[in-house]
Design a protein around this ligand. Sequence first.
Ligand code: KG4
Ligand code: ZN
Length: 330
Amino acid sequence: MRILGIETSCDETAVAIYSSQGGLLAHQLYSQAKLHAQYGGVVPELASRDHVQKLTHLTQATLEQAGVTQVDGVACTTGPGLIGALLVGASFARSLAFAWRVPYVGVNHLESHLLAPMLEPEPPSFPFLALLVSGGHTLLAEVQGLGQYQVLGETLDDAAGEAFDKTAKLLGLGYPGGPELARLAEQGQTDAYHFPRPMVDRPGLDFSFSGLKTYTLNVWQNSQQDQTTRANIAAAFQEAVVDTLFIKCKRALQQTHSTRLVVAGGVGANQLLRQRLKQLPAQVYYPRIEFCTDNAAMVAYLGWLYLTKGVRQSSMAIEVRARWPFAMAD
Ligand code: KG4
Ligand code: ZN
């Protein structure tokens, strides 16, 4: 069974094919980063228009790369995300499935991020603890199996990636800010400043990153605002986010007695985070770097899981959701 996956929830247009026999047969991605860079963030209307422009070509290229002309099912990210962007992907994917007379399933973006490490040669087995750290979400969840998720804690305000992006912006760095800030932090001294670790002295597994962003703004405004200070602040900020994530993961592992931790989402590409999590008493699993951020390989794979197991199939309707709680996959 071959499943075509489509991802258009934000600023990446992506298409992939996953098959029962060959695993991941093809994947293509077009990033709109340059388009949005001049505005310092994603402009939803421009994102939707660009998805419309790129989807047909990208699908054609993916089918050619896989050496197939048709598939046995179509999966598409249907939320959470930018509503217009989601609608472009879902309309296109639903129509393809309609024309090809194959089943269609809409999948949850967070769920697909979380299962992305399953595409690696040595995937984690269920159950496991999962840390999802993306631009839109930050949460810890206990994963018992496909569709069996219990959220243990999540951010009360900004997501970790969002905090990286906003902090990068206030330091005058480009978009997307996370990788830029991480690069600058390498040139800074981590002990020049000590930033707070939000909510670590309170029980529980929730996060809060918006105070850290404000703290950074205050330090920056009261500094000399030169390149050395900028790098030192970037280093202290990154250290604080990574340390906070480390402390909460350690606590969650103790609480769940889990020995496996899956880290997914864009911030999972952060090298300092990967270094630090090595100190945890658990085997840590990641998607390959290119599948930490948005991609369609994880969508095709999750669609394949749902359609081959006959667990879930969507109706003829084109339905998308800007908000879609992660633990409610249906
Ligand atoms: O998972 P993703 O592609 O999109 C969402 O579903 O939100 O994550 C994108 C986020 C952005 O906030 C980006 O700045 C952040 O991941 N990011 C990073 C790094 N690479 C991407 N943050 C910190 N360090 C990185 N190396
Ligand atoms: Zn994402």
